[in-house]
Structure formats: C-alpha cells, structure tokens
Design a protein around this ligand. Structure first.
Ligand SMILES: NC(=O)c1ccc[n+]([C@@H]2O[C@H](COP(=O)([O-])OP(=O)(O)OC[C@H]3O[C@@H](n4cnc5c(N)ncnc54)[C@H](OP(=O)(O)O)[C@@H]3O)[C@@H](O)[C@H]2O)c1
Length: 349
C-alpha cells in the first residue's frame, strides 16, 4: 500500500510515521526541505519505535503553486493531509494560504491520483452551536462570511474551519474518497507522556506550573477535550489503511475530566496548587482584550473557544475502535504522564 503524508515532521505526523512503519508499511513524506528534514525524521521515528528506513521523501510545500512537487508522484492509495500552519495570532492571509489553499491543492492531487484523502480537521467542526455562533450554517462555503469568522475565531481556527468546509465541498464535487479525522486537543503519548513544547496542552501545563492560572476558566461543565497522540496516530493510520473507513472519525476521549479536575490532576504531579474557583468565560475573554494581559497570562484569546461545555457524540468512532480492536487509553493517566514529562523537561533546563 502506498501512502503520502503531509505534515510528517509535526508532532502528530511523527507518531503517525512511527505507527505505520512499525506495521511494516512504507510511507512517502512531503517535506519542504527533504535533505535536512528526512534524516531527522527517520531518527525520531526510530526513537518512537517505528522504522525510519521505511520513510521516503519528496520535496513539496503547501504554500507553493500546486504544492511545488519536486517530481511526478507514483501511484498512491492514500494521502494523509496533516500539514498546517498551527499557531496563534497568525495573519489571516498567511493562515489561509497554507491551511485553505494548501488543503485544496492536496485534494486536487488526491483527485488526480484517484486515491483516498484522509483529511485532518479538528473537533470544533462537530460543535454546531459554535459554528452557528460564527455564522457557519450548512455546507456551502460560499454562503459564509469568512472575514467575520476570521475576526471572531482567530486565523488558525477560522482557516481550519474554512479548509474543512471547502475541501469537503470539493471532495463531493470531484467524487473523491474522503475521510475526515477530527482530533481534540492533543495530549502526550500514553506511554511516555512526551509532548512538544508548541502544543496547546504544554502551554496550559506551563501556565499552571508558573502560577498563571489562579482560577478555572468557565464552569464545572467546561472541559478541554483531549486525545493521546499515539491513539490519534493509530486512528489516522486505520482511516488510511482499512478497506472501508467511516467518512468521519471524531478523535476525542469522552472520559476527559472537566477542566477543574484536569488541572487538579496535573497540579498534583507538578507539585503546585490547583485553582479551585471558577472565572466565567465572558469575564476572562473581557480581561484578555486589555492590552498586554493576554501576553502576560500567556493565553491568546483565540484559545478560549476550545474550552467549552458541549458534549460530543462519539458512538461511531467508539464502534469503529471496537471493530478494529483499538484499546482505550486511560486519559486521566495520560494527563498525569504528560505533566510528569513536562516536569522532567523543566528540571533538565
Ligand atoms: N495538535 C493538536 O492539538 C491538534 C488538534 C486538532 C487538529 N490538529 C491538526 O492536526 C494537524 C497536525 O498538527 P500537529 O500538532 O502535528 O502540528 P505541528 O506539530 O505544528 O506540525 C505541522 C506540520 O505541518 C507542516 N507544514 C507547515 N507548513 C507547511 C507548508 N507550507 N508546507 C508543507 N508542510 C508544512 C510542518 O512542517 P515543517 O516541519 O516543515 O514546519 C509540520 O510537519 C494540523 O492540521 C492541525 O491543525 C492538531
């Protein structure tokens, strides 16, 4: 089976490469600088228990016209599109270029190769109330006032929503085999707790450890849905390789504790005090627009919407996991391990 991956060097991509090569599969990674990036990717994949020798690379860039591919691609069975500009305070045109135009270019490539596209979006696409508040209703991307969505949601989140809705529409028109995986916020590995510093959960742990979280955002109903990175990699791998994959897979652990309990679990590992009282979301949002406060609290306003009280229907994905014999992870334990990993990194530096 031939697989092409964008975003292979990213946090999720590295675990996915480890998962697929451990299963004996060969993958082609689309990299911006293969000469520099491939040896490092192979090394990290070996470290994660995969087989780095099974990774090949081609040169390509989501920002280049038609991906700037260095060579014509051989036949592919599946393209897994993970590559994205992931960050806060991005300029809308920059986020849009990589995340929306880049995704559409990947979808056109899948169409030209006649292969399956596994598209990585995000769990907020299942929060219909959130989408409606942003003015996203229905499936027609041209019926949405995207400027307003970018203003309200921030460029990263808006570009992910736009990318998913435009790519879905393209896939439908083009008759593409399209599987969408919708990850929650990614937690560390269920085995080691390892998490990249750039990941949002790492920032949350850092804020907690440094005493920047005096109160719990929201109410006791508020939570930050999580998924362990290796469970997510397993799910994406299956979405790419099983003969018939469901059209949508919501990668979210419904057992994720509410935010207050999550912070308490992490605080007990970090040896810090857990916040006990809540601050309403509207109040926190108002504080974060005060000049300088968002940077001082290390909390960009656009991250707040990920903490919410909506509950999600995970029945389909759970059925798929049972069918595929994917074991459940204990997400509270993953939070503990991730916090321990964070602590270990701090004492090293
Ligand atoms: N992490 C989460 O909590 C989370 C939750 C929901 C959805 N997601 C989605 O999951 C995907 C992967 O996330 P991640 O956490 O693994 O992100 P990440 O660690 O930031 O990795 C991003 C990847 O995208 C690649 N990339 C960025 N710009 C590119 C460009 N112009 N051309 C080619 N490749 C480019 C990066 O390559 P370089 O190494 O060359 O920079 C890197 O491999 C993203 O689509 C993200 O939106 C993530």
């Amino acid at each position: 089976m031939s697989l092409l991956i964008t975003g292979a060097t990213g946090f999720i991509g590295r675990h996915l490469c480890a998962q697929l090569t451990r299963e004996g599969r060969t993958v082609t990674a689309m990299l911006r600088q293969p000469g520099r990036q491939l040896p490092e990717l192979r090394r990290v994949v070996d470290e994660l228990g995969g087989d780095g020798c099974r990774i090949e690379a081609i040169s390509g860039d989501l920002d280049a016209p038609e991906l700037g591919l260095s060579a014509a691609l051989p036949e592919m069975d599946t393209i897994i599109h993970l590559g994205a500009r992931f960050g806060w305070r991005l300029a809308p045109e920059v986020a849009r270029q990589t995340n929306v135009a880049g995704s559409l270019a990947v979808a056109r490539l899948a169409q030209s190769l006649g292969c399956r596209l596994v598209f990585i979006s995000g769990f907020m696409l299942e929060n219909t109330q959130h989408l409606e508040q942003l003015g996203i209703m229905g499936v027609d991307p041209d019926a949405v006032n995207w400027q307003r969505v970018y203003r309200r949601a921030g460029a990263y989140e808006a570009s992910k929503l736009e990318a998913a809705i435009r790519t879905r529409a393209y896939a439908k028109r083009a008759g593409l085999e399209f599987v969408e995986v919708q990850p929650a916020t990614v937690a560390g590995s269920s085995k080691t707790g390892a998490l990249d510093r750039a990941q949002p959960l790492y920032t949350l742990l850092d804020n907690l450890a440094r005493g920047r979280m005096a109160m719990v955002p929201g109410t006791p109903e508020h939570w930050l849905p999580l998924v362990a990175v290796d469970s997510l990699a397993r799910l994406i791998g299956l979405a790419a390789t099983v003969e018939r994959a469901p059209a949508k897979l919501l990668a979210l652990d419904p057992e994720t504790p509410n935010l207050k309990n999550l912070l308490a679990i992490a605080a007990s590992v970090l040896g810090t005090k857990a916040p006990r009282h809540h601050i309403p979301m509207w109040c926190l949002a108002a504080l974060l627009v005060i000049p300088g406060l968002s940077r001082l609290m290390n909390t960009p306003p656009e991250t707040l919407s990920f903490i919410q009280s909506t509950r999600f229907n995970t029945a389909d994905v759970e059925r798929f996991m049972v069918e595929q014999e994917v074991p459940r992870t204990n997400i509270a334990e993953v939070v503990r391990k991730t916090a321990a990993f964070y602590s270990g990194q701090q004492s090293e530096t």
